[in-house]
Ligand binder design. Structure first.
Ligand SMILES: [Zn+2]
Length: 565
């Protein structure tokens, strides 16, 4: 196998072979073919996207012995010299190493002389923004009155640093980063021509790692070929780059969705054994959560660059949008906090456990519940994880949408009212229990089946006396209107049935300092206050809530705490 560096061997030698940058190509090709060329071009863009390559083809096009055209012959001496990188009239300058005004002067002094071999001198000044102010001034004079035999190609990664006077005299093009499919497509062509086997995943991974730069992609491919045994394999690329395969990331997300703590820790262990960079793993997870969230919003999103849309679509249906957002936030904070963890692995696992802790309640698959949603459990994390193993039973989803508004799912349930009072009286039970007293009054009326008005009356009445068949009740003066005839008759009938003997009721205004007797309404009001206090306390003592507060710098909005019935 030949080890000629691929980037050199496969450098495009004609505009037709250049990958991407169609907008720039079009301008250059049209200019060349119509012989109307600007004298200065500015290419802005990141490294390795083809600036030098374009400059060389451009120089060839201008100097080909067959004539100026966008399709130089590639055969003549000029073309071959350009291809070999030794054409005297293509002058490549790295401004980063030539910032002094004298250097620029020397360079520009030569501009006026005619080209020694070709028709045009082509100056490629890379990192042109690095020139000093006086160098720019010297350059500006040349640009104002350019000799007809000179073309300038400026390249920069930072066009903002160029003086406006220079910018205004250039035709500007932004060279785009190459996208993953452009890069992997090019790598595919190369490997097929070189008759080297490969896995498509592997090329995608290289393309992703190259971050828009074809040169970087080719040099990674070179490394991969020399690493591998004649085939470019995905696992070898991941080993080489220290990156994580998509499948490993999917496995992590799947374990989170199925609440499989054991699988989650197993995956983390594998990543650690493989020596993966956990910051990178979190970055990859962030990217996936972002795409899942996008799919949840726009389900038919065109994700041309990915062949994993099916998997992500499945996740986007299994996860609620709230949980996806939460996972994203947790991953983001996990990444931020990773340097503070005892070691990267434990920091990473804590991040996973935090996600796990906000376990989705598994939606009942038979119902039309589209997604699992987070639920803050006031149970410690161990319990949650243990529960996860044996699959939590389906329960209606309660969402906790944001980090600051937290509702307790399960505060310690308040003792039911019946429990404080003696045995509830069964309405149907007519076995005479003649005793009616302040002790059992509340539970008795609570058990009665009453119409709405009679219920109002009963709930707001306090027991005073039971004496022969007469019950004396008190009612607050402002509620005395409740004791009208019909509701009173209903209440009497219901009590009669319940006690098993005829009952008549007498109402009196409630004494101002009523001691020892209460109304069901008052009891309930107290209960509401007590429930609220208990819920508030449970939220403030919940380690999960503490964890959220610490992780997100969140606070609990008291008014949003609600007891769960
Ligand atoms: Zn030629």
């Amino acid at each position: 196998m030949s080890y000629l560096v691929l980037a050199r061997k496969w450098r495009p030698n004609a505009f037709a072979n250049v990958v991407g940058q169609e907008h720039v190509l079009k301008a250059l090709i049209n200019g060349l073919d119509q012989d109307r060329l600007h004298h200065a071009f500015l290419f802005s863009g990141t490294r390795g996207v083809g600036k030098t390559t374009l400059a060389r083809i451009f120089a060839k096009s201008l100097n080909c012995e067959q004539g100026v055209s966008s399709t130089p012959c590639g055969e003549c001496q000029s073309c071959q010299e350009v291809d070999a990188g030794r054409f005297v009239d293509l002058i490549e300058v790295d401004a980063a190493s030539r910032t002094k005004v004298d250097d620029t002067r020397e360079l520009l002094d030569n501009v006026q002389y005619a080209p020694s071999r070709g028709r045009y001198k082509v100056y490629l000044i890379d990192e042109v923004h690095m020139l000093s102010t006086s160098s720019f001034n010297a350059l500006l004079k040349t640009l104002e009155e350019p000799p007809p035999h000179v073309k300038f190609l400026f390249a920069t990664t930072d066009p903002q640093k160029l003086p406006v006077t220079i910018l205004s005299r250039c035709l500007q093009f932004n060279l785009r980063r190459l996208d993953i499919s452009q890069i992997s497509g090019h790598l595919t062509n190369i490997l097929q021509s070189e008759k080297i086997g490969f896995e498509t995943d592997a090329l995608d991974t290289i393309a992703k790692a190259a971050d828009g730069s074809m040169r970087d992609a080719l040099s990674l491919l070179d490394q991969a070929i020399s690493h591998g045994s004649g085939t470019v394999k995905s696992t070898e690329i991941h080993d080489m780059l220290g990156t994580v395969s998509q499948q490993q990331l999917y496995d992590l997300i799947q374990a989170l969705i199925s609440q499989d703590g054991q699988a989650l820790m197993q995956r983390s262990h594998e990543l650690s054994v493989q020596g993966r960079d956990f910051v990178q793993v979190l970055n990859d997870l962030l990217a996936l959560f972002q795409r899942i969230a996008t799919l949840q919003l726009v389900s038919d999103l065109d994700m041309a660059e990915s062949d994993d849309v099916d998997m992500l679509t499945t996740f986007s249906q299994q996860l609620s949008s709230e949980l996806t957002q939460l996972f994203y936030q947790i991953a983001l904070h996990g990444k931020r906090d990773l340097p503070y963890a005892a070691d990267p692995k434990s920091g990473f696992e804590m991040t996973l456990l935090r996600m796990m802790h906000f376990q989705p309640v598994i939606a009942d698959t038979s119902a039309n519940m589209p997604a699992a949603t987070p639920q803050v459990q006031s149970t410690p994390i161990e319990t949650t994880a243990a529960k996860a193993k044996k699959q939590v039973k389906p329960s209606p989803a309660k969402s906790v949408p944001s980090e600051s508004v937290i509702k307790p799912a399960k505060p310690t349930p308040p003792p039911p009212i019946e429990a404080v009072a003696p045995e509830p009286v069964d309405v149907a039970d007519n076995s005479a229990s003649a005793s009616l007293n302040g002790e059992n009054w509340l539970s008795l009326i609570n058990s009665l089946k009453l119409t709405a008005l009679a219920r109002q009356l009963a709930d707001n009445s306090a027991f005073l006396r039971f004496d022969n068949d007469k019950v004396t009740l008190s009612i607050a003066p402002e509620l005395a209107h409740l004791a009208s005839k019909k509701p009173q008759e209903r209440l009497e009938a219901s009590l009669t049935k319940s006690i098993g003997q005829p009952i008549t009721i007498t109402f009196v205004d409630s004494p101002t300092d009523q001691a020892g007797s209460s109304t069901l309404a008052a009891e309930r009001a107290e209960q509401v206050v007590a429930d609220q206090e208990r819920a508030t306390e449970s939220i403030h003592n919940d380690p999960a809530v503490d964890a959220i507060k610490a992780a997100f710098d969140a606070r609990v909005i008291e008014s949003t705490i609600k007891p769960i019935k």
